[in-house]
Design a protein. Structure first.
Length: 201
């Protein structure tokens, strides 16, 4: 979709039960609930399975030529090989990466951080109702969406959470935050909408 004009083009069809999507200069990457990660060429639309057998996948992110996906209690890293980084992230719904740390939104109520080198996993915050999506800014600030409607900000060093606000009138199904603080949200209402939101100037 062209953000300025709203013009839409179908890139690929028939890829499966898709959940998260990520992209970089090497292509568009999608997580399949059947346990596959698929790369789609943005020019030709040709698709290639780059990993499979990973369980029911949800969120996905590309970072420094690597792909990270979560699903169930597992976080995977996919490069030239596929590596299980952690299996203690609760019900992982979404993931973002900053440096050597991954942050995971856990549907059962927590946000986790995972050391990508050692696999050590620790809880950042807990006690929330269904965290579903997560993103990290350039300065390391973490944002996550609770119950698909309430936006929260986290200082991961202090492990301090601050509510940002309710996304009134929106019904987000997905939330993607870039490093500068611009978010795109998909909304299932009215035959499908996409919203743009700036979380920080």
């Amino acid at each position: 979709m062209d953000i300025r004009s709203g013009a839409k083009t179908v890139l690929a069809r028939g890829l499966g039960n898709l959940r998260g999507v990520a992209y970089d200069l090497t292509g568009v990457y999608v997580a399949d609930f059947a346990g596959r990660v698929i790369r789609v060429d943005p020019i030709s639309g040709a698709s290639q399975v780059v990993a499979s057998g990973l369980g029911a996948l949800q969120g996905i992110v590309r970072y420094r030529d690597l792909t990270y996906v979560v699903g169930g209690n597992q976080l995977w890293e996919i490069g030239t090989t596929t590596r299980l980084v952690s299996r203690t992230i609760g019900m992982g719904m979404d993931v973002d990466v900053s440096g050597t740390t991954a942050y995971v939104a856990d549907l059962s109520g927590s946000v986790w951080q995972v050391d990508l080198t050692t696999g050590v996993t620790s809880q950042v915050v807990s006690g929330f109702y269904e965290p579903t999506h997560i993103g990290v800014l350039n300065d390391g600030t973490v944002y996550f969406l609770e119950a698909a409607s309430i936006l929260h900000r986290i200082d991961p060093v202090a492990k301090k959470e601050t509510p940002v606000g309710q996304l009134a009138g929106l019904h987000p199904m997905d939330f993607t935050l870039d490093r500068s603080g611009t978010a795109l949200l998909t909304d299932w209402r009215d035959n499908g909408r996409i919203w743009q939101l700036t979380v920080r100037a």
